[in-house]
Ligand binder design. Structure first.
Ligand code: 3H9
Length: 706
């Protein structure tokens, strides 16, 4: 072997008898097939090489190793497996050291655990986050971690998926030392040399005694099992993690490894793994809108917010939390004071919960200023309009913005459904106008629809994506239409739920079925939470343009006419006695539904929960496909991310478009055609679904093409 030689992904260099293996596989040094192959070959060759006394594994770039290559999962496996590589590392007769900087996650930490000694730099981030991807640590992590740090701590790491810093890793016993500097190679070499000088042997983690107290270990496993059964909400991998740790306690090491492998493969095969990895990759893909590749964002150092209502105040908080100054505009002093109070209330809530200090609140609010004169917006770089959802009001605001804002200021509207093309065209600088559709509460909800009108310039869109990053939001690019991506699709599956309610399912059964699918709430609970008056106003607005042939369920109107708007009025679809947050079924609502069925001449029939979900999902998928077909969403994955971050779609199902592929598009189309026999106006198959089914293709096949 030459002293300095290089594979593609694992570079080798000999330093005073220490073979340095640098994993170099950008962007995160994932353990793809070539890394595994080269790492194992290098370890084995080093065992035979007399010039090598010890081996040091480090990562190139910003991380040690980010984990297994998650893009390989679901494809044909390639040898060697990662467990084989880890076993080869541990079996080395020459001491193996790992020097960790940045991320050592999943398989990355498992490589480090297979090494004989570990040092971490101050910026290290260690963890076994496989559970967040529907997996378990499958390269010996479930067997080595408990032996090294005990069953309780190992289960906590694996079931939470959390990352720990260097100090905690040292306290847990995951690493032996913390490096003082930021030079990982120098720290690793010094660490290795010191231990070699002390004649430290090749110490195997499999021999560590973290499980020696069998009673405590068993108790930790049973406690984790009980807690996980209660809390895992239908997730597959958490209980498998507990099973694997039990195997670590009960079986000899090699048998435990075999058991871990079987459990890992079961997780790998589960649709949950596919859904969760899709979600992970989609949320990283969604930020790559075409405009962000073409243009540089404008600088945003100050923001104006027009409107201090719930939405405006929430947006102001989101901006303040990002460290930017905010100028709030309201029509008079009373409204401005109310806007300021809305903002303060959020921070007071945090103080009450012990999550903010009074000093921090003061420092944050020092960046807030308010005015009743638009001229105060003269110097700001970006303005977000969040006034009443009425076109004439918005036009008036934009005319003022056009008058006072400096050239180059970005002018954003937070409208949920109004025509932004028309709004942009009404002022002298349509290229500066973009939609920023926040979701309520705007300081908490992660989703931000970046709505792209026809005349907007690319750098304004790039600025919106850049702002989203600063606000720690997940931006999704959407085209202009009524409701953009999310609310447009919502209107359709919400209508499907109303149809089922009128046809015989109770709102309570529908909500329960939807919750069992793993949404946090059903559609009628959501309506009660958001306030029934909002949907009522929208329905009235749309009444004139509604297709007279389209089915219209009036139950919601009957409920609203009684002033039952949901939680805020103490009743809606549910009763909320004495301000209760969880509603109870309301016999009077059931009587209203019965009366409406009679009025509409409908004989109620029973629905199974399965049929409820088939209809609910078919409606969501069909409109999601229409949104892609019409270019409102760039790709199916943009619809998925919208629903994961804005509408509570269960992450382990990956989003509605991913779910459609999982069920099979042909099956979804067959459902739509079956439902269309009763209501051909509502159930019109999306041309995109018809086309994909004819070609035997999936929605996922469109994710690459934008
Ligand atoms: C595992 O290890 C299983 C084993 O136990 C058993 C095996 C037998 N693979 O997040 P970023 C890509 S499961 C492939 O924006 P950051 C990512 O898609 C794994 N690709 O960077 C993106 O691509 P693109 C357990 C990956 O600096 C780019 O890297 N490990 C992987 O903000 C940059 O990503 C984990 O769960 C991967 N493993 O954060 C850790 N990871 O540029 C998952 C990332 O094309 N990863 N990419 O958009 C992370 O948490 C973060 O990426 C990390 C860096 C903290 C590492």
């Amino acid at each position: 072997m030459t002293p300095e030689s290089s594979g593609d992904s694992v570079k080798q260099a000999l330093r005073d008898g220490i073979l340095v293996l640098t994993v170099d596989n950008p962007p995160v040094n994932a353990l793809g097939a070539s890394v595994r192959h080269e790492l194992r070959a290098a370890i084995e060759a080093a065992g035979r090489d007399r010039a090598v006394d010890a081996i040091l594994i480090v990562g190139a770039g910003r991380n040690f190793i980010g984990g297994a290559d998650i893009r390989e999962f679901g494809k044909l496996p390639q040898l060697p497996t990662l467990p084989d590589v880890c076993n080869a590392i541990e079996a080395s007769r020459k001491p193996v050291f790992a020097a960790i900087h940045g991320a050592a996650l999943g398989g990355g930490l498992e490589v480090a655990l297979a090494a004989h000694y570990r040092i971490a730099l101050g910026n290290a981030k260690l963890g076994l986050p496989e559970v967040t991807l529907g997996l378990l640590p499958g390269a010996g992590g479930t067997q080595r971690a408990p032996r090294l740090i005990g069953a309780k701590a190992a289960l906590d790491l694996m079931l939470s998926g959390r990352h720990v810093g260097a100090k905690e890793a040292l306290a847990l016993g995951l690493v032996d030392k913390i490096g003082e500097t930021v030079d990982v190679l120098a720290e690793g070499l010094a660490f290795a040399q010191a231990l070699l000088a002390a004649r430290a042997p090749a110490r195997k983690t499999r021999d560590a005694d973290g499980l020696a107290d069998r009673t405590a270990s068993r108790a930790a496993i049973e406690a984790a099992r009980a807690e996980t059964s209660k809390k895992s909400h239908g997730l597959f991998s958490p209980l498998k993690i507990v099973d694997a740790v039990q195997a670590a306690l009960e079986l000899p090491f090699d048998d435990g490894l075999r058991h871990e492998r079987q459990l890992f493969l079961q997780c790998l095969d589960s649709p949950q793994r596919a859904g969760l990895i899709h979600a992970f990759l989609a949320e990283r893909e969604v930020v790559k809108a075409p405009e962000t590749r073409k243009a540089k964002p404008r600088t945003i150092a100050s923001v104006g917010v027009v409107g201090g209502g719930t939405m405006g105040a929430g947006i102001a908080v989101a901006v303040l939390d990002a460290g930017l100054p905010v100028t709030m505009i309201e029509r008079d002093e009373v409204a401005l004071a109310r806007g300021r109070a809305h903002v303060e209330k959020v921070y007071d809530g945090l103080i009450a919960k012990g999550r903010m200090t009074r000093e921090a609140k003061e420092a944050t609010l020092a960046r807030w200023s308010g005015s009743t004169a638009y001229d105060a917006l003269g110097p700001v770089d970006l303005v977000i309009e969040a006034v009443f959802e009425e076109m004439t009001v918005k036009h008036a605001v934009f005319a003022e913005l056009d008058r006072v804002c400096k050239p180059g200021a970005v002018l954003a509207t937070n409208t949920s459904y109004l025509d932004i093309d028309a709004l942009a065209a009404s002022i002298s600088r349509p290229g500066d106008v973009v939609g920023l559709h926040f979701f309520s509460p705007a300081n908490i909800m992660k989703l931000l629809e970046v709505v792209v009108p026809a005349q907007v310039s690319a750098d304004v869109v790039a600025t919106a994506f850049d702002l989203a990053k600063k606000l720690r939001k997940v931006p999704v690019r959407a085209g202009v239409c009524d409701g953009f991506i999310g609310n447009r699709v919502l209107a359709i599956y919400r209508a499907a739920a109303d149809h089922m309610m009128e046809d015989g399912a109770s709102p309570y059964q529908i909500d329960r079925a939807v919750r069992e699918f793993a949404f946090p709430m059903g559609p009628f609970q959501v309506s009660d939470l958001a306030g029934g008056d909002i949907g009522w106003a929208t329905r009235k607005r749309r009444a004139a343009t509604r297709d007279p042939k389209a089915r219209y369920v009036q139950i919601a109107d009957r409920i609203c006419e009684r002033g039952w708007f949901g939680q805020k009025t103490g009743r809606g679809y549910y009763l909320y006695p004495d301000g209760a947050r969880a509603g109870t079924a309301d016999p009077e609502v059931e009587a209203i539904i019965d009366a409406e069925r009679e009025r509409a001449g409908i004989t109620p029939r029973a629905f199974t929960d399965d049929e409820i979900i088939r209809r609910y999902m078919a409606a969501m998928i069909n409109e999601g496909a229409n949104v892609v077909h019409q270019g409102i969403a760039l790709r199916p994955l943009d619809v998925d991310v919208t629903f994961l971050y804005g509408y509570g779609f269960p992450r382990h199902r990956g989003g509605p478009m991913k779910y459609a592929d999982t069920v099979g598009l042909a099956k979804v189309l067959a459902d739509i055609r079956e439902f269309a026999q009763e209501d051909p106006v509502f159930w019109q198959p999306s041309p995109l679904i018809v086309d994909l089914v004819e070609r035997g293709a999936t929605l996922a096949s469109l994710n690459q093409s934008a």
